[in-house]
Design a protein around this ligand. Structure first.
Ligand SMILES: Nc1ncnc2c1ncn2[C@@H]1O[C@H](COP(=O)(O)OP(=O)(O)OP(=O)(O)O)[C@@H](O)[C@H]1O
Ligand SMILES: [Mg+2]
Length: 442
């Protein structure tokens, strides 16, 4: 043995060192390999996690998702598309996405593919062939680019239109109902304003009617007396007798009275006609052409009726110039003025001093009409809400809160302005600006 050992070739120490270094290098390489393996496994786990996350996001999407390459071949889909088409993802991947499209929409889809090269396509309505027939979808289509910005495909996301359409129809019918309710409210507000005026109008009509009635009574008595006299003439009574009768029946005074009785009756009838005309104007619902109208008359009629009906001791300062002309619908402006004056009168209810001032000034292109009162004014926090529909501080049943909101609409439609402010000296002031006849392009 020992011989053998002794005869064994002796290794050069330099060769030993080489081996050691080779083995060390191998150890190091192996350690690196193990390290890389661990890293790869960690990355794999991370990738797996990311994939699961993306899968779960995709499968919980209710919109359908189709990812294609630049030729339109499907690379990925989500569960919503699988459900819609009744096919599994594996069956869909690799097919051309136009295979899913209802043939009636193929042309549109081809256009879409070309368009998406230039810019994303939004809300394009197409139909896909679903498991139970065609399904309309609103499609958004975006280009997919690689890291160098080159187009490599596109991403299509579609929302089934059934739901959108249902929501749209519901929205539409809710809107129509609201519009109808609004129209009814506008009309009922108009009727309410009209109702407030009815008592005033009744008073107003009463005056000329009782006047006409009284005159007719007098005329009836006069007719009796005249008949007696003419009968006597017919019977051939003597001159003296006729003279006596004439004095007894006071025929000379009667004849002097006749003219003024007839004139008075005519005046009364004219007044009735005027009132009826004003009323007709106010209650008219049909939209007529805008015309030049007498704003002074409109303001005075509104004022007159409200004050007549009001039981409050209101002092009125009327500084309105005569013959102011504005352009628009006189009936509608009447409604606005009624509301402004009524609001001012209502605001002063119970106040010691109740003074209503009406002023108007005419400028080149407009008229400014102001209604001031000596009421409590409007609280700061309410100022911005006055024109809101249904905003009212009046007790239930005494105000709908629509007066100013409707007035605002009418005035805007006339190309005018309506403002309410508090006066420094107390009370509120409503300012109505209306175009004059010079700007008849409203
Ligand atoms: N001159 C005023 N002084 C004080 N407050 C006012 C005046 N004018 C309007 N307001 C306030 O504005 C609110 C809304 O007025 P608007 O005319 O719109 O409705 P309303 O008068 O309450 O009811 P209606 O529908 O019968 O007119 C009133 O309730 C009141 O609080
Ligand atoms: Mg009002």
């Amino acid at each position: 043995m020992s011989d053998k050992n002794n005869n064994a070739p002796q290794l050069d120490p330099g060769v030993d060192d080489a081996w050691v270094s080779v083995i060390r290098k191998m150890d190091e390489a192996y350690a690196d390999l193990v390290h890389s393996q661990v890293e790869v496994e960690e990355k794999n786990a991370e990738l797996q996690e990311n994939k699961q996350f993306l899968d779960s996001v995709q499968s919980s999407m209710s919109d359908v998702l189709i990812v294609c390459d630049h030729l339109g071949q499907i690379q990925q889909v989500n569960r919503a598309l699988e459900m819609l088409t009744g096919k599994l993802g594996d069956q869909l991947v690799g097919s051309h996405f136009t295979d899913l499209v209802d043939p009636r929409f193929l042309q549109k889809v081809n256009g879409l593919i070309n368009q998406v090269r230039v810019q994303p396509v939004r809300d394009c309505e197409i139909e896909l062939q679903g498991v139970d027939g065609s399904v309309p979808l609103s499609m958004n289509c975006s280009p997919r680019k690689n890291h160098r910005g080159r187009l490599v495909g596109m991403v299509l996301i579609g929302r089934p239109l059934g739901e959108l359409q249902k929501a749209y129809i519901e929205l539409n019918s809710a809107h129509a109902e609201l519009k109808l309710a609004q129209e009814r409210l506008v009309q009922s507000e108009k009727m309410a304003s009209l109702g407030r005026l009815v008592a005033g109008v009744a008073h107003e009509l009463n005056n000329p009617i009782s006047f006409v009635y009284g005159n007719m009574h007098a005329l009836q008595r006069y007719t009796d007396r005249l008949s007696q006299y003419f009968d006597a003439i017919n019977e051939g009574q003597s001159r003296d007798k006729l003279k006596e009768m004439r004095e007894e029946l006071r025929l000379d005074k009667l004849i002097r009275d006749l003219n003024s009785l007839v004139a008075g009756t005519m005046e009364g009838a004219d007044r009735v006609k005027e009132i009826v005309n004003d009323l007709k104007q106010f209650s008219s619902t049909q939209e007529s052409e805008k015309t030049v109208f007498d704003l002074t008359h409109v303001i005075r009629t509104a004022l007159h009726w409200i004050i007549k009906e009001s039981k409050q001791p209101v002092e009125v300062i009327d500084l309105i110039p005569s013959d102011l002309k504005a352009v628009g619908h006189s009936g509608q402006i009447h409604q606005v003025v009624v509301n402004l004056v009524q609001n001012a009168v209502d605001a002063m209810q119970g106040c010691d001093q109740q003074c209503l001032t009406l002023e108007a000034e005419s400028f080149n292109d407009r008229i400014e009409f102001k209604v001031s009162d000596t009421g409590p004014g409007v609280c700061e926090e309410d100022l911005s809400r006055l024109f809101d529909p249904f905003f009212t501080t009046k007790p239930v049943g005494q105000g709908t809160g629509l007066g100013l909101s409707i007035s605002y609409g009418i005035v805007s439609e006339h190309g005018g302005e309506l403002r309410i402010l508090n006066r420094d000296e107390g009370g509120a002031m409503a300012i109505l600006v209306l175009p004059t006849e010079e700007v008849s392009n409203v």
